[in-house]
Design a protein around this ligand. Structure first.
Ligand code: AVI
Length: 321
């Protein structure tokens, strides 16, 4: 609810997105803004938590199956990764690839800090040269495809179930956009977290140490820091809930009382009712069959799938038709 505008000119895209999100009937903030330096560091900690098995499962499947995955890829091959993060889990694939060919690896990251971390983490692998792109995913991918030489195939990595942070139609549209940048025979290795019992999912997003709560609340702290706002953090609480219809875990920030907050650099104030929430993220969960169907719907075929037994998580090799 917009209570009184202070200025009419938002200072930045962040400011205008915050304003647009907090003036919707269901208040929301885009999940991409969770990842400033503090948020990215907190996410690294989340990936170590006992309750959050997703990142470890992703890495385990890649570690255990790297050679088999790489055996299926046509050479020569150029590798691009959308959102490399620290790069830790990609190491296994790159090491397996390096045994077959000298490989150019192009991580695409909006965060310069993550890009630097990824270069540090993977810089020691022989026969791999790293060319980082500080870009939005699709812009970066378009640039990578321009570097493709002669008969080189492209392998795009989209790991960590980042696709789950899109709603289902947007996820499909994103896969279609990736497909448009590829040639027939190019590949996409897609990581998707699979459905599991709801209590296990809730624990993963509401851990006992409160790290995920801090990750979520940091978004308000970031708005305070960057947009001169006056959110009082302990007047909001982290909530994780399962949306059965959407098959997603939603993160919200719930206002503990009726209150007003001013976001000076975005030029507005906003009122919160006690119990009202800001929706900050959805993590969609999939079935194995759904991934096959998603591939068919977006111009790929799912050639193979590897699943972690400990924490159901699928790595699917999609080939562009
Ligand atoms: C990055 N992404 C796949 C994570 C997820 O599980 O949706 C982000 C996250 N949010 C809370 N915990 C982890």
């Amino acid at each position: 609810m917009l209570t009184h505008p202070l200025t009419s000119q938002p200072a930045s895209e962040f400011a205008s997105d915050v304003r647009a999100g907090l003036t919707k009937p269901q208040k929301e903030l885009l999940s991409k803004y969770l990842y400033d330096d503090v948020g990215s560091a907190l996410f690294e900690v989340i990936s170590l938590l006992p309750e959050y098995g997703l990142t470890r499962a992703d890495e385990r499947v890649l570690r255990q199956n790297a050679y088999e995955i790489v055996e299926r890829l046509p050479l020569p091959m150029l590798v691009a990764e959308l959102g490399s993060g620290s790069g830790r889990k990609t190491r296994w694939l790159l090491k397996a690839l390096a045994r077959r060919q000298h490989t150019a690896y192009c991580p695409i990251e909006i965060s310069p800090t993550a890009l630097a971390m990824c270069k540090r983490e993977l810089g020691d692998i022989d026969s791999i040269s790293i060319v980082g792109f500080e870009r939005e995913y699709l812009d970066g991918l378009a640039e990578v495809t321009e570097r493709r030489k002669g008969n080189q195939h492209l392998l795009v990595l989209f790991l960590g179930s980042t696709i789950g942070n899109f709603d289902r139609p947007a996820g499909l549209e994103f896969l279609r956009q990736i497909r448009r940048t590829l040639c027939p025979g190019d590949s996409l290795l897609l990581g998707t977290d699979l459905l599991k019992p709801v209590p296990q999912l809730i624990d993963a997003y509401a851990d006992s140490l409160g790290v995920t709560a801090a990750f979520n609340l940091n978004l308000l702290a970031r708005i305070n820091r960057e947009l001169d706002a006056d959110f009082v953090l302990d007047q909001f609480e982290h909530v994780a809930r399962f949306n059965a219809q959407a098959r997603s875990v939603e993160m919200h920030l719930r206002s503990k009382r009726t209150q007003s907050v001013t976001i000076a650099a975005a030029g507005f104030s906003v009122k919160f009712w006690a119990g009202e929430t800001i929706w900050t993220e959805s993590s969609h969960k999939y079935s194995r069959e759904e991934v096959y169907q998603m591939a068919r719907d977006t111009g790929f075929r799912c050639e193979a799938q590897w699943v972690d037994r400990e924490w159901p998580f699928a790595e699917s090799l999609l080939v562009a038709e």
